[in-house]
Design a protein around this ligand. Sequence first.
Ligand SMILES: Cc1cc2nc3c(=O)[nH]c(=O)nc-3n(C[C@H](O)[C@H](O)[C@H](O)COP(=O)(O)OP(=O)(O)OC[C@H]3O[C@@H](n4cnc5c(N)ncnc54)[C@H](O)[C@@H]3O)c2cc1C
Length: 570
Amino acid sequence: MDEFDVLVLGTGAAGLTAAVTASCGGARVGLFEKSDRVGGTSAYSGGMIWIPANPYRPAHRSDSREAALTYLRSLSNQRLRDEIIQAYVDAGPEMTQFLEEHTPIEWACVPDFPDFHPEQPGAAASGGRTLECPPYPFGELGDWRDRVQVSPYFPASHITVGETTLGQPVAIEVPADVKRRRIDNDERGLGLSLIGRLLRGCLDRGVVPQTEYRGIELVMENGAVAGVVFETPQGREVVRAPNVVLGTGGFEWDEELKRAFLRGPLTEAVSVPTNTGDGLRMAMRIGAMLGNMSEAWWMPVITVPVEVVPTGRQLLTAERTFPGSIMVNRSGERFTKEAANYNAFGAAFHELDTTRGVYKNLPCWMIFNQTFYQKYGLAGDITGGAGVESSPGAGGATGLGPDAGRAPDWITSSTTLRGLAERLGIPPETLERTVDRFNANALAGHDPDFHRGESIFDKWYGDPALRDGSAAPTLGPLEGGPYYAVEVKSGALGTKGGPQTDRTGAVLDVDGNRIEGLYAAGNAMASAMGMTYGGAGGTLGPAMVFGYLAGRDISRGLAPQKAAAAVASA
Ligand SMILES: Cc1cc2nc3c(=O)[nH]c(=O)nc-3n(C[C@H](O)[C@H](O)[C@H](O)COP(=O)(O)OP(=O)(O)OC[C@H]3O[C@@H](n4cnc5c(N)ncnc54)[C@H](O)[C@@H]3O)c2cc1C
């Protein structure tokens, strides 16, 4: 194996950004991936990044560092490390420009996408902070074209989020010739475009991923990192280098780590299953200080037949925001604003019943009726829509949507609400009362219980065809059977706890000192965002910024390291 200045572990957006940045700074980079495919969950994703005060926002969208910090602090319950959140906000615009200059990355602002808490101070209530890449021709990747993860959630991805129903009553029509060209050229959008472009940037610099290389242990010499032990199909292999970047994703696929650290259940991960906390274990073994360990990027998820989605899971992003649906808990009561952003559901799922010590809102169900089902479908072809932050639920390829008649058997049904409650094992009178109350309030155009439809965000996510300034896009009654229910489970896009870093992405030990040569980025690190999710792209944005900061710090440190090595060998 070649000699390297840095070993980057993981080929998601965090790892690829670190690799290309370090390489541009003159570092010899080794890039290693546990899976036989590159791209990680980042390739599964909608590919949006949330970068406050970015240079790509429309001129009329004013933004500033101070506004972004005010916003994030207002959501943090004092759980953010201020220097880390400042490092993220400060370096975001620079990272985006750097990648445009040095890789095929091109950024476009997703128009008008509001922050997830638009009424908080400092929020970008009319958008401007969310960026994405136009579709990328995968032929440009040569042999690597078929070695990138394929998203089970967006199987046909020749679109951008900006072309979907987000922010406009109907999806922006992509001209037929553009559509044809994209299909002919295998131009892929969303997370695949982001990963395709970053990967091309690495390949152009001679940074070629080694797949099926699972980092399992750090080699340490005199308290500093000196390499990594890998597990490969050929057996164990030690690769030496004075710097290592952990871009190994979260620990959402490791039962023991989840039980040890998370604040409540995470039963349905929707990330790549290779994210088993390897980077976390490596860092713990050498005494790294951990942070944010109880948190994840929470997501309500339903389980579906594998014919619907190959993973057997679907993210419940859009349907719960459409009018004519509610969510109820085991008592048959509503328990939160159904149209809240998905990350906010973590708090609702983990609420404890202080008398019985059980999770008050698990299990829980989304309840809807035939009218709703025929209009919106469920868990259908979300790629007709957009990325995770949008994903209209209207059916389609799976045949589950409009005109599909009665819902399929995996969805619990009954002709009456009472019958539905009995099938779910929840009190029938309470469910009837809950629906009656919700209907009366919805018909009056308000939700005094959970304020659904009051936030700009709720209306943005609701049915775009009903957008008229009122709560109508999200608030409407469930009138007449048959009635349906699907269980909604506590899922996540990934965990967000790990080794704490300083402003440069360098990992700190339990005494707050840098562990020489060790860096972390993305879901492998203690997230800069604490418990918050600022807006669309709120996970990939920080992942790439800290990948960039780590890559930059490593290349800046090369000159002194090389000088010291020369002295030592003289
Ligand atoms: C459907 C969906 C849509 C999403 N949309 C968005 C969006 O639009 N915007 C947004 O901000 N977020 C989105 N997310 C979340 C986002 O995709 C993740 O938070 C993000 O990809 C994490 O990036 P990462 O680089 O840290 O990890 P990953 O992209 O998961 O990459 C980690 C990589 O490390 C590899 N690895 C693990 N262990 C080892 C090891 N020991 N050695 C070597 N390699 C290892 C893994 O195999 C994997 O390839 C979405 C998620 C999903 C599922």
